[in-house]
Design a protein around this ligand. Structure first.
Ligand code: COA
Length: 300
């Protein structure tokens, strides 16, 4: 993959089949698309949020375009070409600033309710995708921006990134999963602390809390270089996705299914194990071990 550095930042230039936007709608999409080859087969899909003037705030358009990507991946059923999904930012100053507060000003109460319905169902569908998903949080993620990050399976943080749920400062409460996805991830007590105070948490504390799975150290010098922090966080996220995709495709899907059903305990694991027992890839792994080589999985 050729990285392109321009005045607008890294990855900003759409290169055919490497970086593209949906061109159908009159206004350019606020989401850039990259596809990177995944080990064995298929691709790692990277969605780059790219609306610098609102710090990638969740506008109606951004949510609509995100939904289109989520629906495309869902339609593949976990056995199509997309092996993993990364949500990242193409903007230095934010991963996502949450609700689009400018757009919100001109919306009626009914408009807000309709928007919230779309946002919630988009986030829920994202959280249920049958492929591994990663948020590359290179900068600020506030309110809905953090709630977006909570919908992916894993989160890679820049050491200088700040996240928070400041909704109570705006006389509202988190409305897109913050009050249930955050407690599920870091425990109700720590979630209550973040939600009631609305305080901002830096990368290292997020790692300590279990909100962040990989912490990418960025020096002051790197922080001052345009696009550098984003580039580093995206590279670590891509490496994480590649590491995951080295596994057998059917096994990865079954493992996700088993862990999703962890509250059912043994039943969930046993049902998922039955799936992998029947695969050609399992036999290929045994052959590769005996022959001291890397397995070549086919997803069957
Ligand atoms: N919705 C719409 N526009 C937003 C926005 C949002 N959530 N957050 C920032 N913007 C816009 C600002 O209005 C400003 O636009 P302008 O140039 O027309 O005035 C532009 O983005 C830059 O904002 P600024 O605050 O100067 O950028 P920054 O890089 O210094 O700080 C943030 C970035 C995200 C930390 C800061 O903008 C912020 O705190 N935003 C509000 C976040 C929030 O409370 N979200 C809602 C949670 S419910």
């Amino acid at each position: 993959m050729r990285h392109v550095s321009t005045a607008r930042g890294l990855f900003a230039t759409p290169i055919a089949s490497q970086v593209r936007r949906y061109a159908a709608a009159a206004e350019a999409s606020p989401i850039l698309l990259q596809n990177h080859p995944a080990p064995h087969s298929g691709t790692i899909r990277v969605l780059l949020l790219d609306k610098a003037d609102t710090r990638n705030a969740l506008s109606k358009r951004l949510v609509k375009d995100l939904r289109r990507h989520v629906d495309e991946i869902k339609a593949e059923g976990g056995t199509g070409g997309t092996r993993a999904l990364i949500i990242a930012s193409n903007v230095d100053k934010a991963f996502c600033a949450g609700a689009d507060l400018k757009e919100r000003r001109s919306m009626s109460q009914e408009d807000v309710s309709a928007f919230l319905k779309d946002l919630r169902s988009t986030f829920t569908e994202l959280s249920k995708l049958p492929i591994p998903t990663i948020s590359a949080i290179s900068s600020t993620a506030l309110g809905g921006g953090l709630e977006l990050g909570l919908c992916t399976n894993l989160r890679v943080f820049c050491s200088t990134a700040t996240v928070g749920l400041p909704e109570t400062r705006l006389a509202i409460i988190p409305g897109a999963g913050g009050t249930f996805r955050l407690p599920a991830l870091i425990g109700p007590n720590r979630a209550r602390d973040m939600i009631l105070t609305g305080r901002r948490v830096l990368g290292p504390e997020a790692y300590f809390l279990g909100l962040c799975d990989r912490l990418v150290q960025v020096t002051e010098e790197e922080q001052s270089q345009e696009g550098k922090a984003r580039e580093k966080v995206l590279e670590v996220s891509l490496q994480l996705a590649r590491d995951i995709c080295e596994g057998g495709p059917v096994a990865l899907k079954a493992a996700m299914q088993a862990v999703d059903g962890w509250q059912k305990g043994e039943a969930s694991e046993n049902a998922a194990y039955d799936i992998v027992l029947k695969t050609e890839d399992r036999l290929e792994a045994l052959r590769a071990f005996a022959e001291k080589r890397k397995p070549a999985f086919k997803g069957r």
